[in-house]
Design a protein around this ligand. Sequence first.
Ligand code: ATP
Length: 557
Amino acid sequence: MMANLCRHLREAALQRPDELAVAVQQCRLGKVSYLELTQAELERRSDAIAHGLNAIGLKAGMKAVLMVTPGLDFFALTFALFKAGIIPVMVDPGMGVRNLSQCFEEAAPDAFIGIPKAHLARRLFGWGKHSIKQCIRVGGGRLISGAGESLAALEGRGAAMGAYPMVTLDEDALCAILFTSGSTGIPKGVEYSHTMFEAQIAALRQDYGISAGERDLSTFPLFALFGPALGMASIVPHMDASRPIKARPELLFAAIRDYGCSNLFLNPALLDKLGRAGESAGLTLPSVRRVISAGAPANLDAIARFAAMLAEDAPIINSYGATEALPIARCDTKQLLESAERTEQGGGILVGRPIAGVQLAIIAIDEAAIASSNDWTTLAPWEIGEIVVKGPMVSRAYYQRAEANNLSKVADADEVGSLWHRMGDLGYLDDQGRLWMCGRKAHRVDATAQGAFAKRYFSIPCERIFNTHPQVKRSALVGVHRHGDKIPLVCIELDKSQACGNAKQLYRELRELAEQHELTRGIDYFLIHEGFPMDVRHNAKIFREKLALWAEKQLHL
Ligand SMILES: Nc1ncnc2c1ncn2[C@@H]1O[C@H](COP(=O)(O)OP(=O)(O)OP(=O)(O)O)[C@@H](O)[C@H]1O
């Protein structure tokens, strides 16, 4: 079937032309104001830009990097690209220059659309210099040479050309490339199709209960795009979307109040920050019907604190998924808070029941490629293995990454042409069919003794046990080499509010804690680290690879 997700936009523009589609908060000299687009204006602007893109030679099937802050232009432009069948390449600017260069090398974009700062960086680092044929400048910065035509001029060209004849693509054809955030290595470009976007829109309607006419506080640009497609207005607060932890809570609370937002989409770090600010200001959020937390493990204290600001029947929905497959499972406040005890005993993090349409299985841990689902061993409830998923919201391939595809995609033996995705995460199902996450596959430690396998340690289960110690803020399991063997070591970041004058005493107590649990028994090495290297977006994903190198060095000093 032929598809284009922009059909939702066209429908909304016809049915509810004057309804708000996007509002963008601005804050100048302490004064808050908003820029707005109605559904009809968004439709008209994206049509005009799509005409303009064609006029400068950009055609369906070409690829365009998009590095634009989530203002009104971002929405109009992204939908224009989809309408024209031009493939947007989305990267998280927070991933760092080296990773960004690698992404652009791999994606080989035909066009680069960005704010002046992005064009400066492109020129400085030579991004895409072998493939880029067209540049488009969004916003000011006329002085930057080589930044191409301005978006305003492009839109002007297309303004008189009327409705744009939307390009429809085969529903499974490539329609966007979204890069992962690269917390376990170099980011990978995930191929998106209209089927995947449609499945995500359907999940947000059916599983999350989002309906037309709602208003969403959008703190994550990609999620913000779903708003208008769902007939929900996206309210974009004044913040750096790639560094959400730097956001100013008072501005976010103002946006929620000014628009009566019913939905909040937050990552766990922002949830924590807003919850603390709300608690000290004694705030309540009566307009909010649900909060969606996604992207990284949720902190239960933060959830409890945030829940206190909400109406009794407004859940905080913890969503599990990855760029490759989103959303996969969900659970809400009550279940999460009830799961605390099991998590602290090393039972992993509850991520809940699969979303409708998602098939999920747990398979034996294996580093090798698996060609067919006939070749894997599925595990029984309570057994920890790799999480594999199948469904319409699951990506079929990484862009130009044969090896990654080989290692993560598995042909379904029962359904020709259908693929499973290996999440690279470990977990288990309980006897109620709920999924518990036990960390990334790459972060487990297979300890050896005299060269032979001795015991397997899982990151999140082990760490959550040590995190119960009052002096520990967070911990990270790593594998280090010692006398020819691989041994588990736990790095400790101290809770600065607790005094710790005696590291030896702390290590003794942690060793005792380790001995009390089967999962951690045998962990003998601990090191205090000043401040863990964390991802900038979530401030929740510990860069264990970096910590392992650091720990290795400390041991051999
Ligand atoms: N609710 C959640 N609870 C626990 N972990 C989560 C949750 N949601 C997402 N995650 C973790 O985040 C991962 C997905 O993140 P993302 O797609 O941004 O890529 P990444 O893992 O950060 O980068 P890369 O795959 O390049 O290493 C999941 O595989 C999982 O490990």
